[in-house]
Design a protein around this ligand. Structure first.
Ligand code: AMP
Length: 248
């Protein structure tokens, strides 16, 4: 069985994003970029399934600029076997990503595609679901545990206030949530080994997919600045203050 893991290069989760002065987007110049944290969890899960003997090959794929190679090398250093970069400098929205991934699925014929539940830059939470729809495959989103057995996967999903367990026939789409696992760090020897692992480079045109954006960003703005708080002496003063403000 083959597992495909789409990984996105995004602004590092530790970086405080700065909005461009003209409000057209987030400033990415000289900003640290990393693999989307949910995709690290997806890669970890795929490798774990391989280690458990449930899969023979893990293929990582990224759609983005040439620098997304680094993201793919990280996936290879974690343990993926091979990588595909679909190289483009254009903005690629979830629908276009899903269409490209559907073509990769046609070519690679994986049994499972494991994606992050969302990319932390656009917070879309759409790609896995759209890919499922395009392929006509079942999908189990927000995975908290994944059990692959024969031609089905049992997935506990994180839902409001608890877990819902679903069984999905393979081939299927799984999107992963935060608590599924703790991704491993790539060790230095594995980083060295990853340099020799195969990476194919393609373009959206190779797949005949039109990636023209369907959305227009009208404005991006910083969250409103919170006004400073005040200190009160004791609970009585707090209650009096709240009454004063008309909130108690
Ligand atoms: P989103 O729908 O944008 O929130 O992304 C959900 C998931 O789709 C991510 O966690 C990735 O697994 C995958 N994905 C989204 N964009 C890309 C991309 N450009 N390249 C590879 N995978 C992507």
């Amino acid at each position: 069985m083959k597992i495909l893991v789409p990984v996105k290069r995004v602004i590092d989760y530790n970086v405080k994003p700065r909005v461009k002065a003209d409000g057209s987007g987030v400033d990415l110049d000289n900003v640290k970029m990393s693999m989307n944290p949910f995709d690290e969890i997806a890669v970890e899960e795929a490798i774990k399934q391989k280690e458990a003997g449930k899969a023979e090959e893990v293929v990582a794929v990224s759609i983005g600029p040439a620098k997304a190679q680094e993201t793919l090398r990280t996936a290879l250093a974690m343990g993926a076997d091979r990588a595909i970069l679909i190289s483009t400098d254009e903005t690629v929205e979830p629908l276009a990503v899903a269409k490209l991934l559907a073509k990769v699925v046609e070519e690679e014929a994986p049994q499972v595609v494991i994606l992050g539940k969302q990319a932390i830059d656009d917070d879309s939470n759409q790609t896995g679901q759209m890919l499922g729809a395009l392929l006509g495959w079942g999908q189990a989103t927000f995975a908290n545990t994944v059990e692959i057995d024969g031609d089905a996967a049992t997935v506990a999903r994180e839902i409001d206030g608890g877990l819902q367990t679903v069984k999905v026939n393979l081939p299927a789409i799984i999107t992963v949530d935060l608590r599924l696992n703790e991704p491993r760090y790539a060790t230095l020897p594995n980083i060295m080994k990853a340099k020799k692992k195969p990476m194919d480079t393609k373009s959206p045109d190779d797949y005949g997919v039109d990636i023209t954006p369907r959305l227009k960003t009208l404005n991006v703005s910083e969250p409103p600045v919170r006004s400073a708080g005040i200190k009160v002496e004791d609970v009585d003063a707090l209650v009096a203050k709240l009454k004063d403000m008309g909130v108690a």
